[in-house]
Design a protein around this ligand. Structure first.
Ligand code: HEM
Length: 460
């Protein structure tokens, strides 16, 4: 039953669309910029057209709560297994893209791997991987590297070690490239009114197919190897292989295994990597915050590698992470389709309406945040959380909220502390600009100089 939205904004049609294309041209050029401008000019409930598709953009916490929580059963993901588009072209029918009974069953299987009680062991592996990766940084000392790229590699290694007990260090460039190519293709395809069918051998289609073949080979290889050796690691792959349907007793098919494994692989590293890259950028541009961050790490860790147990003594580090994902949420908007006609905040939505919840805007909303554009980690220590439940949604909300929330909130602060203990990162590039490409990433990367820090002596 829809509940009353406390302060319903009016639904505004974004002016200025073209006859056939609507707002497609400006949206495709710069989706984040376009949506932000519309939001600032016209408000929290907008309607616009991308070619034949009409979209609704909601950027008010009460509307977000309606869609993601109270009326969650009336909104489904936009993907159809029989006619895959967008992300489903790559991830198939995995946890991010599926809906209904398949999603419910798979979420039940996968959820336990992320249980809080497993996080200490996971954190130990994250720290091992982090230290190993950092050992390569000594060669970069005093030089500049693309920190966005570096965080992508680190997060990719963390996810492969923790979820699949496998070391991908030797293939990291190839994997990164294949994921980037395939996810960009998927993202672009979603907003293209005219699409060249995949079987036409254009250079882009060929590049996409090769990337997907590479990822399939990697994932099917991991599955085959685990089956062959029968090794048990109690990781995600074990859980997926052991899962049986409660009614029929059937195992997951190879295609289902592939879709879920690739989904965790992709969803589990892009997001965290971008969160970390933006955090380093914000620290480098706010020296007073960086000084307090380093002081906390030095005082608490005394030169040690951080563990999960240290995290509750690093509240400022956690606040830095939380504030960075407020300003640069790795998932800047979530998308749903109305399964039936319904009403939201007093206006009606037809069945099939495509809805975007503007997380980026919620996080910068002047009605809910003091100084919304300012990077102020201390707001998290001073309990300055906005009263509205859905004003802060880096991990989404409701039943489809991020399954990796605990994992990411351990991984993010842990890797920040691990790196910040040894290095200070200084900005070495001027044009840092966010763009949406599935996640919110720095368009031209972020070049930063790696400066080794004086280390406090390890206590006995
Ligand atoms: C800072 C890091 C992360 C952020 C900001 C983030 C954000 C999100 C958001 C907003 C959603 C909801 C999408 C929607 O409602 O449509 C989501 C879903 C999901 N995330 Fe994350 N995520 C992060 C890390 C991770 C990690 C580490 C994993 C796995 C290891 C992961 C796996 C997933 C999966 C599988 C879903 C789909 C859940 C479902 O629909 O049942 N994420 N994430």
């Amino acid at each position: 039953m829809p509940v009353d939205v406390k302060s319903s904004p009016a639904l505004i049609d974004v002016p200025g669309g073209e006859l056939l294309l609507g707002h497609l041209r400006v949206f495709r050029r710069q989706p984040l910029e376009a949506m932000s401008q519309w939001w600032r000019r016209h408000g929290d409930a907008l309607r616009f057209r991308l070619g034949p598709k009409t979209l609704y953009l909601f950027s008010h916490p009460d509307l977000a709560e309606e869609i993601l929580v109270h009326q969650a059963d009336r909104f489904v993901k936009v993907y159809e297994p029989q006619r895959p588009t967008g992300l489903a072209l790559v991830l198939g029918n995995g946890l991010v893209t599926s809906s209904g009974e398949v999603w419910k069953r798979h979420r039940r299987i996968i959820q336990p791997v992320f249980h809080r009680t497993r996080m200490a062991a996971m954190a130990e592996r994250m720290a091992e991987v982090g230290e190993q990766r950092l050992s390569g940084w000594t060669a970069h000392a005093g030089r500049s590297v693309d920190i966005a790229d570096e965080m992508m590699r680190l997060a990719l290694e963390v996810i492969s070690h923790t979820m699949f007990h496998t070391d991908v260090a030797d293939h990291i460039d190839h994997i990164s490239h294949a994921l980037r190519v395939s996810l960009k293709y998927a993202f672009d395809s979603f907003h293209s009114p005219v699409r060249v069918p995949q079987w036409v051998p254009t250079p882009r289609n060929r590049e996409f197919r090769l990337a997907l073949q590479y990822l399939d080979k990697l994932i099917y290889g991991l599955i085959a190897e685990r089956r062959r050796t029968g090794a048990q690691y109690d990781d995600l792959l074990d859980l997926l292989l052991k899962a049986r349907d409660e009614e029929t007793g059937a195992e997951l098919s190879d295609q289902e295994l592939r879709d879920e494994a690739l989904t965790i692989f992709a969803a589990g590293h892009e997001t965290t990597a971008n969160a970390l890259a933006w955090t380093w950028y914000l620290l480098a541009t706010h020296p007073e915050v960086a000084a307090r961050f380093h002081e906390e790490i030095d005082r608490v860790l005394q030169g040690r590698t951080p563990t999960a147990g240290d995290l509750h003594q690093l509240p400022y580090t956690r606040a830095v992470f939380d504030e960075a994902v407020r300003l640069f949420p790795p998932v800047p908007a979530v998308q749903r389709k109305a399964a039936t006609s319904t009403s939201i905040g007093g206006f009606s939505l037809p069945a099939g309406a495509i809805v975007l919840v503007g997380i980026y805007h919620l996080h910068r909303h002047p009605a809910f945040w003091r100084d919304p554009e300012r990077f102020m980690p201390e707001r998290w220590l001073e309990s300055e959380r906005p009263a509205a439940r859905c004003a802060y949604l880096p991990f989404g909300a409701g039943s489809r909220a991020c399954v990796g929330t605990h994992f990411a909130t351990v991984e993010g602060p842990l890797l920040l502390a691990l790196i910040g203990r040894r290095y200070e990162l200084q900005l070495a590039q001027e044009d840092v600009e966010p763009e949406i490409l599935v996640t919110l990433r720095p368009k031209h990367g972020i070049r930063m100089t790696i400066q080794p820090r004086h280390q406090p002596r390890q206590s006995a």
